[in-house]
Write a protein that binds this ligand. Structure first.
Ligand code: HEM
Length: 467
């Protein structure tokens, strides 16, 4: 009776086994599909116990908005991988008090650096992004009129050089060992970090040899990345201008107003958070776009034609996007059909939250299941079909869709949305005017994926033809 009265207002969900809960039923490579299937059975807000952890999975955009607009849902969960990756500092994983301060600092920094839509000096960053995109074009052109290559290394170079300029105030050269080490470790980490990993839910597995090894490897890789990034911080201690994140933070530190926040340990974690969040997301967004455009030649041709007609040889700027509805729709459709953060980024209820008469109990993890939101057949007709037109109205204008939330919603939604949009759009607008992307020699594209923290495509070659 006690159990019934305690849980009667909570969302329904499947029963699990003692200790492991429902973990054994969730496939580690495609948890997005299993969790979506449960939503079809238990509704848009359901409870599930994975190991020792209570989770509420939300698969309707309207409900995600309602839940994430509450202050009681602002925190991050105490998951194993989060503790190792974020600890108690930085911005992405921090507790709410520190987060409020650092979120303001990062938002101000991104504005000052020109990395937001409304920033007055956005041109400087745009110019830099375009130059880096040009480098990608040069890279494929220099290999001949028809280059067959797996683009992921070159795209990773593109995204890390931009992140390095904005956050580290450093410029990477191609074949730079530091850049290579950083990206190799980042790649491995995202594969290991899947939120569905058993160590998150059964922390006592850390005592089992196989998991202990995996945990140690994971910790070591994260430490290596943070140590590498710290080298940039140490180099800049004396001279860095406030136009990059390290410089802006050091300038706050020098005021010595708030040493409990503005200290070297916080800076090290903040740099890690921004570097990691900006590179893996944009890398995978661009790789998925390349795969879809290689397969759907008619879409690629329409995008290119629109770019030629509207830009007429002019270099693209973010503002142009509003005059490029088909291009914008193609970017959106790719972000929908291959949601880059498929399980969403989890929040944590610091108190009971009641939404539409349903209670999310204090101490529950909140999982906005973006994959299910973007693939819901009730919302998106034939969601498995790649169809940019679903983001266009009858007049061919871009149609904003309330169920499209790749950056999540609320006060803690992605702080780098504008920068992400700039990096993906400017890259594509530059590259597509100079290069045609086609399927590799097999003539096929593999659209399967591994559902890590980002949604990873399978490594494959594409053909880049000089225009
Ligand atoms: C296409 C690219 C991107 C996608 C799809 C994406 C998606 C997301 C999502 C879903 C979240 C979770 C929001 C939440 O917890 O409610 C997030 C958070 C975050 N993103 Fe992004 N992101 C992208 C690019 C970037 C870039 C370029 C940056 C660099 C500034 C960035 C920095 C962050 C940070 C720091 C957070 C944590 C925010 C916080 O806890 O306050 N992201 N992102």
């Amino acid at each position: 009776l006690y159990f019934y009265s305690e849980y009667k207002d909570c969302p329904p969900g499947p029963w699990g086994l003692p200790i492991i809960g429902y973990l054994h039923k969730i496939d580690r490579t495609t948890p997005n599909l299993d969790l979506m299937q449960l939503a079809q059975k238990y509704g848009p807000m359901y409870s599930i116990k994975l190991g020792l952890v209570n989770i509420v999975v939300i698969s309707e955009a309207k409900l995600v908005r309602k839940v994430l607009s509450q202050d009681e849902s602002l925190a991050r969960p105490p998951l194993y991988t989060f503790k190792i990756m974020f600890g108690t500092r930085g911005i992405t994983g921090t507790a709410v008090d520190l987060w409020r301060n650092q979120r303001k600092f990062v938002e101000k920094f991104l504005r000052t650096a020109g990395a937001t839509k409304t920033a007055t000096n956005r041109k400087t960053i745009e110019e830099y992004i375009r130059k880096s995109s040009e480098e990608f074009v040069q890279y494929v052109h220099s290999r001949g009129n028809r280059t067959i290559v797996n683009p992921s290394e070159a795209v990773m170079y593109y995204v890390t050089t931009i992140a390095a300029v904005i956050f580290l105030g450093a410029s990477f050269k191609r074949d730079d060992q530091i850049q290579k080490d950083l990206t190799e470790n980042l790649d491995k980490i995202v594969q290991l970090s899947t939120v569905s990993g058993p160590l998150n839910y059964l922390p006592f597995l850390d005592f089992v040899s196989k998991y202990k090894k995996m945990g140690n490897l994971y910790e070591q890789m994260i430490k290596d990345i943070k140590d590498t990034l710290e080298k940039f911080i140490n180099e800049k201690m004396e001279t860095s201008p406030a136009t990059n994140l390290i410089g802006a933070f050091l300038s706050e530190m020098s005021k010595n107003d708030c040493p409990e926040i503005y200290n070297p340990a916080q800076l090290k974690q903040l740099v890690f958070d921004l570097f990691a969040a900006s590179t893996e997301t944009t890398l995978n967004s661009i790789l998925w776009l390349m795969l879809y455009l290689a397969k759907y030649q008619e879409v690629q041709n329409k995008v290119r034609q629109e770019l030629f007609d509207v830009l007429q040889g002019k270099t693209p700027q973010l503002d142009d996007l509003s005059n490029l509805p088909y291009t914008k729709a193609t970017l959106a459709e790719t972000a929908r059909i291959r949601t880059v953060v498929p399980l969403g980024f989890p929040h944590y209820a610091t108190d009971d939250i009641v939404v539409e008469n349903v209670k999310i109990r204090k101490g529950t993890i909140i999982m906005p299941l973006l994959w299910a939101i973007h693939m819901d057949p009730e919302v998106w007709k034939e969601p498995e079909e790649f169809r940019p037109e679903r983001f266009l109205n009858d007049q061919g204008k871009f149609l904003w869709h309330e169920s499209f939330i790749p950056f999540q919603t609320g006060k803690r939604m992605c702080v780098g949305k504008d920068l992400g949009d700039m990096m993906v759009f400017l890259f594509f607008a530059t590259v597509l005017q100079r290069v045609k992307i086609e399927c590799g020699d097999s003539g096929k594209i593999d659209f399967s994926y591994v559902c890590g923290l980002p949604l990873l495509s399978k490594p494959q070659e594409l053909v880049f033809v000089k225009i």
